[in-house]
Design a protein around this ligand. Structure first.
Ligand code: SAH
Length: 347
């Protein structure tokens, strides 16, 4: 049997070629695209403005689902974590969060991760594989179907390093913001990276208007290298340089994520050093009290240390917020997502 075509990963131009290859008129591609990406059709049968013959050809040759929900866990704050199964049996996690300003979905971009950050659960076991575009899209489509609410913000902060899956992630962002799809504004899409400088430059060439978040976690290279192996590849100075270029090109404010580990990176001196580092850059620091992960580095900073760190940043004119903790009771918070065995009950 020949493998089925992953038509949900195709943009409109690619889909037109595919549709013509099936002997159909080019304009049918747009109808098909809208069924998949706007009306979020669950099956080809729903696509009633396509002929029966075309639908059966599609069902025979192509695959409609990239990911499906196999388990759902609801936190006491309403945050919901979904375990998604991919067509090859691998699983990833996605998180749904409700804020006053809208609904956010945090998606995974890879099965596992090879970046090796010492405090993060997602990297345990390394990288299995990168996700296809359809597998990222379906994390959102499935959640929107289940909750019956519109997703307004998407964050690429789940399992994986998005820039280690560059082409598929860029295609995903374009398709997600496409007027024939869910049409989510690129401004409402945040991509978080551990700081792969060359890939950030490549991303700039794509001229997207997304928000860039950098996982910094330390104000100097020596300390950063004890937390994140990637610090041995790229220095903080190189990261700062590419961030300045990013701001210049896009006019967008950069977010720096700073996970606070007790006794490691959370002193007032670190805060001062961080302020000096970021001085003059259009940016914002997001403090994330560490979510402890079994077998991984460190404990969470004390609340008073987090507050003091924030005050020092403010005194030095650095924009800062403390990230609201959502879903930590169901291991849905930052750094807690991991590959899990399937077989859990669907609730
Ligand atoms: N690979 C990307 C996307 C992951 S985003 C990146 O590194 O940015 C998840 C965010 O949570 C990152 O800032 C990550 O460094 C942070 N994080 C990882 N483990 C954490 C933990 N145990 N507690 C708090 N934050 C954590």
């Amino acid at each position: 049997m020949t493998e089925k075509t992953d038509i949900k990963s195709m943009d409109l131009a690619q889909l037109q070629i595919f549709v013509e290859g099936l002997g159909e008129k080019k304009f049918r591609a747009k109808q098909l695209y809208q069924w998949m990406h706007q009306k979020l059709a669950a099956g080809f049968d729903e696509m009633t403005n396509l002929s029966k013959d075309f639908r059966s050809k599609l069902a025979e040759r192509s695959e409609l689902h990239g990911a499906k929900v196999i388990r759902k866990q609801v936190s006491k704050d309403g945050t919901t974590k979904f375990l998604m199964e991919l067509s090859d049996g691998n699983t990833v996690e996605s998180v749904w969060m409700q804020y006053h300003h809208g609904n956010s979905v945090c998606i995974s971009t890879q099965v596992g991760c090879r970046m090796g950050c010492r405090f993060c659960a997602s990297t345990v076991g390394g990288l299995v594989r990168s996700l296809r575009t359809s597998e990222m899209l379906d994390q959102i489509y499935e959640i929107q179907r289940i909750t019956d609410q519109r997703v307004s913000n998407v964050i690429l902060m789940g399992i994986g390093e998005p820039l280690d899956n560059f082409e598929n992630v860029v295609q995903f962002i374009r398709m997600l913001s496409d007027a024939d799809g869910l049409h989510i504004s690129q401004r409402n899409i945040t991509l978080s990276t551990c700081g792969l400088v060359d890939q950030i430059r490549r991303l700039m060439a794509e001229k997207l208007t997304i928000t860039l978040a950098i996982s910094l976690h330390a104000p100097n290279d020596t300390l950063r290298a004890t937390m994140m192996p990637v610090a041995n590849r790229y220095s903080i100075q190189e990261i700062m340089q590419v961030c300045r270029e990013y701001v210049e090109q896009t006019g967008r404010r950069i977010t720096f994520e700073y996970s606070m580990v007790e006794g490691v990176n959370d002193t007032p001196e670190h805060a001062k050093e961080l302020s000096q580092l970021l001085h003059g850059l259009l940016c914002h620091v997001n403090l994330i009290p560490l979510n402890p992960v079994d077998g991984r580095m460190g404990n969470r900073s004390k609340r008073t240390n987090v507050q003091e760190f924030k005050l020092v940043l403010e005194k030095n004119h650095t924009n800062v917020t403390i990230r609201r903790e959502m879903g930590s009771d169901i291991d849905a918070a930052c750094g807690q997502l991991r590959n899990q065995n399937k077989g859990g009950e669907t609730t």
